[in-house]
Design a protein around this ligand. Structure first.
Ligand SMILES: NC(=O)c1ccc[n+]([C@@H]2O[C@H](COP(=O)([O-])OP(=O)(O)OC[C@H]3O[C@@H](n4cnc5c(N)ncnc54)[C@H](OP(=O)(O)O)[C@@H]3O)[C@@H](O)[C@H]2O)c1
Length: 375
């Protein structure tokens, strides 16, 4: 299949951090050229993070080389492949995985459009090579980050809309943490907070993995919506909810009432650093339980004595591994996730409405909610 690729395309360029987002603008740019090791992909829809605006307005201090085209993971159609492509072909529907790693050094890891990683190796990888993200009509991505999707099975077979598949970007992150702590069918997993985008996705994924779930959060209304979403989308799923009260002991007792908790997935944002919920969650876990920390703050209420006394394993997890993606897709293709609006109720915006997209993404959060920019 041959595609006519225009010589220029449009993209949302991030030039500088500015409170009013004046450092972002749509520009006409030369379309990226394919070379060995890469593919050119027509972006069909790019996922927008709840804190994407915070990255561009300085609320979150993320390091990025500038200028660059912003973005996160996306869905697209391959239009050209490098000479070393073996499986990938023009015409393929792909998931563009934003986790890009150095081919000769796995310690270099960046998040396309979001972060240049945690060391100079990552900085180099983003600055010199994979600088531009998915908020553009076309993008150049490493071949190995263009994940081939089984379009007949997912779209024609299971009825997923192509754009709905962008929700993979949320589900996959939570799966990265849950798989890292080896969650097993029949175990009980506590997700906290579960009322956010990645937390809600964590509940959905834990259920797909065969676990019983406890969703913990401050917002009772959102906890109720989450429970309804899960029970209607996945009949027979086990889900309990617990309100975070801000009182450590009260929350601990509420969790202990559910019996054995095998694992905790934490997705706390930096603003939750003073919340005692993680302390209660860790204290509620069984002996030899496991904790995946995927949120993040510089200081936090981790009860180290409890970890020692109960042989608890705590693992930090950044995004996911490559094998997690293929394993996740097997689950998705085998129909383990809800369909239709119970899978995701997407809000989409054209590239020109990027500002609205960033604003809506900050508010439209929680299970089954996602914002997409359609370039
Ligand atoms: N490890 C990784 O690779 C990875 C990947 C993606 C994201 N993350 C991290 O995950 C975090 C969550 O992202 P998201 O998109 O899911 O965010 P989100 O949709 O905005 O959700 C934030 C969640 O945190 C809760 N929360 C906020 N402030 C709180 C407080 N003071 N006390 C208790 N709960 C509080 C919110 O509860 P309410 O509903 O009550 O406000 C909500 O449940 C981000 O901060 C991000 O850095 C990590």
């Amino acid at each position: 299949m041959a595609f006519n690729i225009p010589s220029r395309h449009r993209g949302l360029v991030f030039e500088s951090v500015s409170k009013d987002l004046s450092g972002l603008q749509i520009q006409s740019l030369p379309t990226p050229q394919v070379e060995a090791g890469s593919a050119i992909v027509r972006v069909l829809g790019a996922s927008v993070l709840s804190y994407q605006r915070d990255i561009y307005d300085g609320e979150r201090d993320y390091f990025l080389p500038k200028p660059l085209i912003g973005g996160f993971s996306a869905i697209g159609r391959v239009v050209a492949v490098g000479s070393d492509a073996i499986a990938l072909q023009p015409g393929n529907l792909v998931y563009l995985d934003s986790v890009i790693r150095g081919r000769d050094d796995l310690n270099a890891v960046i998040l396309s459009g979001v972060s240049d990683g945690f060391n100079e190796r990552g900085e180099k990888l983003m600055k010199d090579v994979w600088r531009n993200g998915t908020f553009a009509e076309y993008t150049k991505f490493p071949l190995e980050n263009c994940i081939l999707l089984n379009e007949p099975k997912l779209c024609q077979g299971l009825g997923y809309d192509i754009l709905d598949l962008i929700y993979i970007s949320y589900l996959l992150v939570s799966y990265g943490g849950l798989r890292d702590i080896k969650v097993e069918p029949g175990e009980t997993v506590l997700v906290c907070p579960a009322t956010g985008g990645f937390g809600g996705a964590g509940i959905q994924v834990a259920i797909a993995m065969g676990a019983n779930t406890i969703a913990m959060g401050r917002d009772e209304q959102e906890l109720a919506r989450l429970k309804t979403n899960v029970t209607e989308g996945t009949p027979g799923a086990n889900i309990e909810t617990v309100k975070m009260t801000g009182d450590k002991e009260k929350d601990l007792n509420a969790l202990l009432a559910f019996g054995t908790i095998d694992a905790v997935l934490d997705l706390s944002p930096p603003t939750a650093s003073k919340s005692p919920h993680l302390n209660s969650a860790i204290r509620a876990i069984r002996r030899k339980g496991r904790v995946s920390l995927m949120g993040g703050f510089m200081d936090g209420p981790i009860p180290s004595f409890e970890l020692i006394a109960k042989d608890i394993t705590v693992k930090g997890k950044f995004m996911h591994e490559r094998e997690d993606i293929s394993q996740f897709l097997k689950m998705l293709e085998s129909g383990r996730f809800p369909r239709g609006k119970k899978f995701v109720n997407m809000k989409s915006f054209p590239l020109d409405e990027w500002k609205t997209a960033l604003d809506v993404a900050a508010e439209y959060t929680g299970i089954g909610r996602s914002v997409v920019i359609i370039p």
